[in-house]
Design a protein around this ligand. Structure first.
Ligand SMILES: Nc1ncnc2c1ncn2[C@@H]1O[C@H](COP(=O)(O)OP(=O)(O)OP(=O)(O)O)[C@@H](O)[C@H]1O
Ligand SMILES: [Mn+2]
Length: 415
Protein backbone atom coordinates (compact mmCIF):
# COMPACT_ATOMS: atom_id res chain seq x y z
CA UNK A 1 0.00 0.00 0.00
CA UNK A 2 2.82 2.30 1.03
CA UNK A 3 4.67 1.52 -2.19
CA UNK A 4 1.54 2.13 -4.24
CA UNK A 5 0.95 5.44 -2.53
CA UNK A 6 4.55 6.52 -3.11
CA UNK A 7 4.19 5.48 -6.75
CA UNK A 8 0.99 7.51 -7.17
CA UNK A 9 2.63 10.48 -5.51
CA UNK A 10 5.63 10.28 -7.84
CA UNK A 11 3.31 10.03 -10.86
CA UNK A 12 1.41 13.11 -9.70
CA UNK A 13 4.65 14.99 -9.14
CA UNK A 14 5.90 14.00 -12.54
CA UNK A 15 2.65 15.01 -14.20
CA UNK A 16 2.67 18.22 -12.22
CA UNK A 17 6.21 18.96 -13.30
CA UNK A 18 5.32 18.17 -16.89
CA UNK A 19 2.18 20.32 -16.62
CA UNK A 20 4.26 23.11 -15.15
CA UNK A 21 6.71 22.77 -18.00
CA UNK A 22 3.87 22.80 -20.53
CA UNK A 23 2.33 25.80 -18.84
CA UNK A 24 5.61 27.74 -18.87
CA UNK A 25 6.12 26.79 -22.51
CA UNK A 26 2.63 28.03 -23.34
CA UNK A 27 3.22 31.32 -21.50
CA UNK A 28 6.50 31.79 -23.29
CA UNK A 29 4.93 31.13 -26.71
CA UNK A 30 2.09 33.57 -25.97
CA UNK A 31 4.54 36.26 -24.85
CA UNK A 32 6.59 35.72 -27.99
CA UNK A 33 3.50 36.03 -30.22
CA UNK A 34 2.42 39.21 -28.39
CA UNK A 35 5.89 40.68 -28.70
CA UNK A 36 6.06 39.96 -32.41
CA UNK A 37 2.61 41.49 -32.86
CA UNK A 38 3.55 44.70 -31.05
CA UNK A 39 6.78 44.89 -33.03
CA UNK A 40 5.01 44.45 -36.34
CA UNK A 41 2.30 47.04 -35.61
CA UNK A 42 4.64 49.59 -34.07
CA UNK A 43 6.90 49.39 -37.07
CA UNK A 44 3.95 49.32 -39.43
CA UNK A 45 5.76 49.57 -42.69
CA UNK A 46 8.64 51.45 -41.14
CA UNK A 47 10.79 48.40 -40.69
CA UNK A 48 13.83 48.81 -42.79
CA UNK A 49 13.66 45.52 -44.52
CA UNK A 50 15.83 45.07 -47.51
CA UNK A 51 16.23 42.53 -50.21
CA UNK A 52 19.02 42.07 -52.65
CA UNK A 53 18.14 42.73 -56.23
CA UNK A 54 20.02 41.30 -59.16
CA UNK A 55 22.71 43.93 -59.23
CA UNK A 56 23.43 43.37 -55.54
CA UNK A 57 22.26 46.78 -54.49
CA UNK A 58 20.19 47.01 -51.38
CA UNK A 59 16.76 48.34 -52.17
CA UNK A 60 13.73 48.73 -49.93
CA UNK A 61 11.20 45.98 -50.34
CA UNK A 62 8.11 47.94 -51.30
CA UNK A 63 5.72 45.15 -50.30
CA UNK A 64 6.92 45.31 -46.71
CA UNK A 65 7.79 48.96 -46.37
CA UNK A 66 5.07 51.11 -47.79
CA UNK A 67 2.17 52.62 -45.93
CA UNK A 68 -1.04 51.54 -47.60
CA UNK A 69 -3.48 54.44 -47.41
CA UNK A 70 -1.53 56.88 -49.54
CA UNK A 71 -4.27 59.33 -50.64
CA UNK A 72 -5.36 59.76 -47.00
CA UNK A 73 -1.76 60.13 -45.91
CA UNK A 74 -1.00 62.84 -48.49
CA UNK A 75 -4.24 64.60 -47.53
CA UNK A 76 -3.13 64.68 -43.88
CA UNK A 77 0.25 65.97 -44.95
CA UNK A 78 -1.28 68.78 -46.96
CA UNK A 79 -3.63 69.95 -44.26
CA UNK A 80 -1.62 73.12 -43.95
CA UNK A 81 -1.67 74.89 -40.65
CA UNK A 82 -1.57 78.52 -41.63
CA UNK A 83 -0.35 80.16 -38.48
CA UNK A 84 2.18 77.70 -37.15
CA UNK A 85 4.02 76.21 -40.03
CA UNK A 86 3.92 73.96 -43.03
CA UNK A 87 2.55 70.79 -41.48
CA UNK A 88 0.67 69.95 -38.32
CA UNK A 89 2.96 69.65 -35.30
CA UNK A 90 1.64 66.20 -34.48
CA UNK A 91 2.15 64.87 -38.00
CA UNK A 92 3.30 61.24 -38.16
CA UNK A 93 6.69 62.15 -39.59
CA UNK A 94 8.04 58.59 -39.68
CA UNK A 95 5.07 57.36 -41.65
CA UNK A 96 5.18 60.28 -44.09
CA UNK A 97 8.91 59.91 -44.64
CA UNK A 98 8.54 56.21 -45.26
CA UNK A 99 5.77 56.94 -47.79
CA UNK A 100 7.99 59.46 -49.61
CA UNK A 101 10.85 56.96 -49.62
CA UNK A 102 9.00 54.07 -51.13
CA UNK A 103 5.69 55.00 -52.76
CA UNK A 104 5.57 53.92 -56.38
CA UNK A 105 6.63 56.62 -58.81
CA UNK A 106 4.00 57.10 -61.49
CA UNK A 107 5.50 60.03 -63.41
CA UNK A 108 8.86 61.82 -63.74
CA UNK A 109 9.22 65.24 -65.36
CA UNK A 110 12.08 67.70 -65.67
CA UNK A 111 11.77 70.75 -63.46
CA UNK A 112 13.24 73.73 -65.19
CA UNK A 113 13.32 76.32 -62.46
CA UNK A 114 16.48 77.91 -61.15
CA UNK A 115 19.85 76.22 -61.47
CA UNK A 116 20.13 72.82 -59.88
CA UNK A 117 19.44 69.52 -61.61
CA UNK A 118 16.03 68.33 -60.46
CA UNK A 119 12.99 66.26 -61.34
CA UNK A 120 9.36 66.50 -60.36
CA UNK A 121 8.11 63.07 -59.33
CA UNK A 122 4.48 62.11 -59.00
CA UNK A 123 3.98 59.38 -56.42
CA UNK A 124 1.11 56.95 -56.20
CA UNK A 125 -1.82 58.79 -54.63
CA UNK A 126 -0.91 61.92 -56.66
CA UNK A 127 1.65 63.54 -54.38
CA UNK A 128 4.28 65.62 -56.17
CA UNK A 129 7.88 65.53 -54.97
CA UNK A 130 10.85 67.73 -55.84
CA UNK A 131 13.76 65.34 -56.35
CA UNK A 132 17.38 66.51 -56.48
CA UNK A 133 19.84 63.71 -57.31
CA UNK A 134 23.26 63.65 -55.67
CA UNK A 135 25.80 64.51 -58.36
CA UNK A 136 28.89 64.80 -56.18
CA UNK A 137 30.50 62.55 -53.64
CA UNK A 138 29.95 63.60 -50.04
CA UNK A 139 33.57 64.72 -49.67
CA UNK A 140 33.56 66.94 -52.75
CA UNK A 141 32.89 70.65 -52.46
CA UNK A 142 33.96 73.88 -54.06
CA UNK A 143 36.35 76.17 -52.27
CA UNK A 144 34.07 79.19 -52.72
CA UNK A 145 30.60 79.86 -51.34
CA UNK A 146 27.60 79.30 -53.57
CA UNK A 147 29.37 77.88 -56.57
CA UNK A 148 29.29 74.52 -58.22
CA UNK A 149 26.85 71.67 -57.97
CA UNK A 150 24.40 71.46 -55.13
CA UNK A 151 24.54 68.87 -52.38
CA UNK A 152 21.01 67.49 -51.96
CA UNK A 153 22.09 65.76 -48.73
CA UNK A 154 22.29 69.28 -47.27
CA UNK A 155 18.59 69.75 -48.09
CA UNK A 156 17.82 66.70 -45.95
CA UNK A 157 20.18 67.98 -43.26
CA UNK A 158 18.48 71.39 -43.28
CA UNK A 159 15.05 69.81 -42.93
CA UNK A 160 16.17 67.85 -39.88
CA UNK A 161 17.73 70.93 -38.29
CA UNK A 162 14.71 73.09 -39.14
CA UNK A 163 12.59 70.59 -37.23
CA UNK A 164 15.03 70.29 -34.33
CA UNK A 165 14.89 74.08 -34.03
CA UNK A 166 11.10 73.78 -33.84
CA UNK A 167 10.44 75.94 -36.93
CA UNK A 168 8.42 73.36 -38.89
CA UNK A 169 8.42 75.68 -41.88
CA UNK A 170 10.42 73.72 -44.44
CA UNK A 171 8.59 71.33 -46.79
CA UNK A 172 9.14 67.76 -45.54
CA UNK A 173 12.35 66.38 -47.01
CA UNK A 174 14.00 62.98 -46.80
CA UNK A 175 16.59 61.01 -48.73
CA UNK A 176 15.32 58.55 -51.32
CA UNK A 177 17.14 55.97 -53.36
CA UNK A 178 15.73 55.22 -56.80
CA UNK A 179 16.53 52.73 -59.51
CA UNK A 180 16.71 54.36 -62.95
CA UNK A 181 15.88 51.13 -64.74
CA UNK A 182 13.03 49.98 -62.51
CA UNK A 183 11.46 53.19 -61.28
CA UNK A 184 12.33 56.12 -63.52
CA UNK A 185 12.72 54.90 -67.08
CA UNK A 186 9.26 53.27 -67.37
CA UNK A 187 7.47 56.49 -66.33
CA UNK A 188 9.83 59.29 -67.44
CA UNK A 189 8.99 61.90 -70.06
CA UNK A 190 10.66 61.58 -73.45
CA UNK A 191 13.10 64.44 -72.81
CA UNK A 192 14.43 62.71 -69.70
CA UNK A 193 14.78 59.36 -71.51
CA UNK A 194 16.66 60.90 -74.39
CA UNK A 195 18.93 62.96 -72.17
CA UNK A 196 20.18 60.04 -70.06
CA UNK A 197 22.54 57.61 -71.78
CA UNK A 198 23.31 54.07 -70.64
CA UNK A 199 27.03 53.29 -70.64
CA UNK A 200 28.71 49.88 -70.27
CA UNK A 201 25.19 48.42 -70.09
CA UNK A 202 24.84 49.50 -66.48
CA UNK A 203 25.71 53.12 -65.75
CA UNK A 204 23.32 55.96 -66.52
CA UNK A 205 25.03 59.19 -67.54
CA UNK A 206 24.17 62.72 -68.61
CA UNK A 207 25.81 66.07 -69.23
CA UNK A 208 25.22 69.03 -67.00
CA UNK A 209 26.73 72.40 -66.16
CA UNK A 210 26.79 73.35 -62.51
CA UNK A 211 26.64 77.11 -61.79
CA UNK A 212 29.94 78.99 -61.98
CA UNK A 213 31.85 75.86 -62.95
CA UNK A 214 33.85 75.96 -66.15
CA UNK A 215 32.41 73.80 -68.92
CA UNK A 216 29.96 70.98 -68.99
CA UNK A 217 30.61 67.82 -67.00
CA UNK A 218 29.41 64.28 -67.31
CA UNK A 219 27.74 62.71 -64.30
CA UNK A 220 26.94 59.01 -63.98
CA UNK A 221 24.74 56.98 -61.68
CA UNK A 222 26.51 53.67 -61.16
CA UNK A 223 24.30 50.73 -62.05
CA UNK A 224 21.47 53.24 -62.44
CA UNK A 225 21.09 53.67 -58.70
CA UNK A 226 20.29 57.27 -57.84
CA UNK A 227 20.38 58.83 -54.39
CA UNK A 228 18.85 62.20 -53.75
CA UNK A 229 16.69 64.48 -51.67
CA UNK A 230 12.93 64.15 -51.95
CA UNK A 231 10.92 67.20 -50.89
CA UNK A 232 7.18 67.50 -50.68
CA UNK A 233 6.03 69.82 -53.45
CA UNK A 234 3.67 72.50 -52.15
CA UNK A 235 0.46 73.10 -54.07
CA UNK A 236 0.86 76.80 -53.39
CA UNK A 237 2.46 79.67 -55.14
CA UNK A 238 5.91 80.04 -53.67
CA UNK A 239 6.95 83.68 -53.56
CA UNK A 240 10.28 85.23 -52.73
CA UNK A 241 10.82 88.75 -51.42
CA UNK A 242 12.94 90.65 -53.86
CA UNK A 243 14.06 94.21 -53.56
CA UNK A 244 12.50 96.00 -56.50
CA UNK A 245 13.59 99.53 -55.74
CA UNK A 246 15.99 101.34 -53.46
CA UNK A 247 13.52 101.59 -50.58
CA UNK A 248 12.64 97.88 -50.54
CA UNK A 249 14.89 95.55 -48.69
CA UNK A 250 14.98 91.85 -48.16
CA UNK A 251 16.86 89.39 -45.98
CA UNK A 252 19.86 89.33 -48.30
CA UNK A 253 20.39 93.04 -47.77
CA UNK A 254 21.13 92.31 -44.18
CA UNK A 255 23.91 89.83 -44.59
CA UNK A 256 26.82 88.65 -46.67
CA UNK A 257 24.96 89.46 -49.86
CA UNK A 258 24.48 93.10 -49.08
CA UNK A 259 25.45 95.16 -52.05
CA UNK A 260 24.05 98.29 -50.51
CA UNK A 261 26.67 100.55 -49.10
CA UNK A 262 24.49 101.54 -46.18
CA UNK A 263 24.06 97.97 -44.98
CA UNK A 264 27.66 97.09 -45.59
CA UNK A 265 28.56 99.89 -43.22
CA UNK A 266 26.04 98.66 -40.65
CA UNK A 267 27.30 95.11 -40.95
CA UNK A 268 30.72 96.37 -40.12
CA UNK A 269 29.65 97.45 -36.70
CA UNK A 270 27.37 100.50 -36.95
CA UNK A 271 24.75 99.91 -34.29
CA UNK A 272 21.93 101.49 -36.28
CA UNK A 273 21.72 98.23 -38.22
CA UNK A 274 18.74 96.97 -36.30
CA UNK A 275 16.71 100.12 -35.98
CA UNK A 276 16.91 100.63 -39.75
CA UNK A 277 16.09 97.02 -40.44
CA UNK A 278 13.11 97.11 -38.07
CA UNK A 279 11.74 100.31 -39.62
CA UNK A 280 11.41 98.86 -43.12
CA UNK A 281 8.22 97.01 -44.07
CA UNK A 282 7.57 94.10 -43.89
CA UNK A 283 10.10 93.88 -41.02
CA UNK A 284 8.10 96.37 -38.95
CA UNK A 285 5.86 93.40 -38.33
CA UNK A 286 7.11 91.11 -35.55
CA UNK A 287 6.15 87.94 -37.39
CA UNK A 288 8.31 88.92 -40.36
CA UNK A 289 11.21 90.26 -38.35
CA UNK A 290 11.49 87.17 -36.15
CA UNK A 291 11.36 84.98 -39.22
CA UNK A 292 14.50 86.75 -40.39
CA UNK A 293 16.12 86.00 -37.04
CA UNK A 294 15.12 82.33 -37.43
CA UNK A 295 16.58 82.34 -40.96
CA UNK A 296 19.80 83.81 -39.62
CA UNK A 297 19.94 81.05 -36.99
CA UNK A 298 19.61 78.16 -39.44
CA UNK A 299 21.83 79.84 -42.04
CA UNK A 300 24.50 80.38 -39.42
CA UNK A 301 24.36 76.76 -38.28
CA UNK A 302 24.64 75.55 -41.88
CA UNK A 303 26.80 78.37 -43.21
CA UNK A 304 24.28 78.84 -45.99
CA UNK A 305 24.38 82.17 -47.79
CA UNK A 306 21.80 81.28 -50.42
CA UNK A 307 18.52 81.52 -48.57
CA UNK A 308 15.98 84.17 -49.49
CA UNK A 309 12.91 85.28 -47.63
CA UNK A 310 10.29 82.95 -49.05
CA UNK A 311 6.58 82.70 -48.33
CA UNK A 312 3.31 81.26 -49.54
CA UNK A 313 -0.21 82.55 -49.17
CA UNK A 314 -2.25 80.72 -46.55
CA UNK A 315 -5.52 78.91 -47.17
CA UNK A 316 -7.49 82.03 -46.24
CA UNK A 317 -5.97 83.77 -49.27
CA UNK A 318 -4.61 86.59 -47.11
CA UNK A 319 -2.11 85.32 -44.55
CA UNK A 320 1.51 85.14 -45.48
CA UNK A 321 3.10 81.88 -44.35
CA UNK A 322 6.87 82.21 -44.08
CA UNK A 323 8.68 79.14 -45.29
CA UNK A 324 12.28 78.04 -45.81
CA UNK A 325 13.61 76.32 -48.92
CA UNK A 326 16.86 75.84 -50.86
CA UNK A 327 19.77 74.68 -48.68
CA UNK A 328 21.66 72.74 -51.36
CA UNK A 329 24.57 75.19 -51.18
CA UNK A 330 25.03 74.99 -47.42
CA UNK A 331 28.33 74.28 -45.65
CA UNK A 332 30.19 76.99 -47.44
CA UNK A 333 33.85 76.32 -46.62
CA UNK A 334 34.71 79.90 -45.67
CA UNK A 335 33.45 81.44 -42.42
CA UNK A 336 30.80 84.18 -42.70
CA UNK A 337 30.45 85.88 -39.37
CA UNK A 338 28.15 88.54 -40.86
CA UNK A 339 25.51 85.86 -41.40
CA UNK A 340 25.00 86.11 -37.66
CA UNK A 341 24.57 89.92 -37.75
CA UNK A 342 20.78 89.85 -37.27
CA UNK A 343 21.42 87.86 -34.09
CA UNK A 344 24.35 89.61 -32.46
CA UNK A 345 23.33 93.09 -33.54
CA UNK A 346 19.59 92.92 -32.90
CA UNK A 347 19.80 90.73 -29.81
CA UNK A 348 16.12 89.92 -30.01
CA UNK A 349 14.91 86.40 -30.57
CA UNK A 350 11.93 84.11 -30.09
CA UNK A 351 12.07 82.30 -26.77
CA UNK A 352 11.60 78.94 -28.51
CA UNK A 353 14.52 79.62 -30.88
CA UNK A 354 16.72 80.86 -28.02
CA UNK A 355 16.10 77.67 -26.04
CA UNK A 356 16.58 75.44 -29.09
CA UNK A 357 20.00 76.97 -29.88
CA UNK A 358 21.25 76.30 -26.35
CA UNK A 359 19.79 72.80 -26.36
CA UNK A 360 21.42 71.97 -29.69
CA UNK A 361 24.73 73.44 -28.61
CA UNK A 362 24.92 70.45 -26.25
CA UNK A 363 22.87 67.72 -27.94
CA UNK A 364 22.97 68.35 -31.68
CA UNK A 365 24.98 65.27 -32.54
CA UNK A 366 22.76 62.81 -30.65
CA UNK A 367 19.51 64.41 -31.84
CA UNK A 368 20.69 64.56 -35.44
CA UNK A 369 21.85 60.96 -35.35
CA UNK A 370 18.50 59.81 -33.97
CA UNK A 371 16.55 61.68 -36.65
CA UNK A 372 18.67 60.52 -39.58
CA UNK A 373 19.71 56.96 -38.73
CA UNK A 374 17.03 55.44 -40.95
CA UNK A 375 17.54 57.83 -43.86
CA UNK A 376 18.53 56.18 -47.16
CA UNK A 377 21.35 58.74 -47.42
CA UNK A 378 22.71 57.91 -43.95
CA UNK A 379 25.23 59.08 -42.91
CA UNK A 380 24.10 62.38 -44.39
CA UNK A 381 27.38 64.15 -43.66
CA UNK A 382 30.99 63.18 -43.25
CA UNK A 383 32.26 63.73 -39.68
CA UNK A 384 34.38 66.78 -40.53
CA UNK A 385 31.41 68.43 -42.28
CA UNK A 386 29.19 67.73 -39.32
CA UNK A 387 31.87 69.20 -37.06
CA UNK A 388 31.45 72.46 -38.97
CA UNK A 389 27.75 72.56 -38.01
CA UNK A 390 28.56 71.75 -34.39
CA UNK A 391 31.16 74.51 -34.32
CA UNK A 392 28.80 77.06 -35.85
CA UNK A 393 26.03 76.13 -33.41
CA UNK A 394 28.45 76.77 -30.54
CA UNK A 395 29.35 80.14 -32.07
CA UNK A 396 25.66 81.00 -32.30
CA UNK A 397 25.28 80.29 -28.60
CA UNK A 398 28.18 82.65 -27.88
CA UNK A 399 26.35 85.40 -29.81
CA UNK A 400 23.40 84.82 -27.53
CA UNK A 401 25.69 84.82 -24.47
CA UNK A 402 26.94 88.20 -25.65
CA UNK A 403 23.37 89.49 -25.96
CA UNK A 404 22.41 88.23 -22.51
CA UNK A 405 25.46 89.94 -20.99
CA UNK A 406 24.84 93.26 -22.73
CA UNK A 407 21.06 93.54 -22.74
CA UNK A 408 19.84 91.17 -20.06
CA UNK A 409 17.85 88.03 -20.69
CA UNK A 410 14.44 89.66 -20.22
CA UNK A 411 15.20 92.21 -22.95
CA UNK A 412 16.19 89.78 -25.65
CA UNK A 413 13.51 87.11 -25.41
CA UNK A 414 10.12 87.58 -27.00
CA UNK A 415 7.22 85.21 -27.44
N1 LIG B 1 8.76 72.26 -52.11
C1 LIG B 1 8.44 73.14 -53.04
N2 LIG B 1 7.15 73.33 -53.38
C2 LIG B 1 6.79 74.21 -54.32
N3 LIG B 1 7.67 74.97 -55.01
C3 LIG B 1 8.97 74.84 -54.71
C4 LIG B 1 9.42 73.92 -53.72
N4 LIG B 1 10.77 74.00 -53.65
C5 LIG B 1 11.14 74.90 -54.54
N5 LIG B 1 10.07 75.42 -55.20
C6 LIG B 1 10.10 76.40 -56.27
O1 LIG B 1 11.14 76.03 -57.15
C7 LIG B 1 12.14 77.06 -57.18
C8 LIG B 1 13.51 76.43 -57.24
O2 LIG B 1 13.72 75.62 -56.10
P1 LIG B 1 15.14 75.61 -55.39
O3 LIG B 1 15.40 76.97 -54.89
O4 LIG B 1 15.20 74.48 -54.45
O5 LIG B 1 16.04 75.29 -56.68
P2 LIG B 1 17.55 75.57 -56.95
O6 LIG B 1 17.81 75.12 -58.32
O7 LIG B 1 18.32 74.96 -55.84
O8 LIG B 1 17.64 77.13 -56.85
P3 LIG B 1 19.01 78.00 -56.83
O9 LIG B 1 19.60 77.85 -58.17
O10 LIG B 1 18.49 79.38 -56.53
O11 LIG B 1 19.86 77.43 -55.73
C9 LIG B 1 11.91 77.88 -55.92
O12 LIG B 1 12.33 79.20 -56.07
C10 LIG B 1 10.41 77.78 -55.74
O13 LIG B 1 9.73 78.72 -56.54
MN1 LIG C 1 19.69 75.79 -54.47
Amino acid sequence: MKILLRHILRMCKLRFVRRLQQFILLLFTLALIALLGVYATSNNSLVISVRKIENHTLMPDRELLCPKQLPELWAELNSLNDSYGLYPENVNMKLIKSAIRCAKIIKVETLKVQNSFKWLLTLEGEQKILYKPLLLQKDQRETKCNTGCEHPEYEVTAFVINRLLGFNNMPITTGRQISWFEEIYPVATQDIKSRMKVKNNTDVCFHWKCPYVEGISEFCFRRGIIQGSATVWLNKTVNIFYAYNSTDYQYHDFHYYSRRAIFMQYLQGDNRYCSVFRSIPPYTEDRMFYHVIDMAVIDYMLNNVDQRHTYIIGDDGKTIVNIMIDFGQSLCPTPNTVLGAPIYQCCSIRNSTFKAVYRLRDTLEQEFEKETRDDPLYPLLLPNFFDQIKRQTKELATFLDFCVTHKGLENIIID
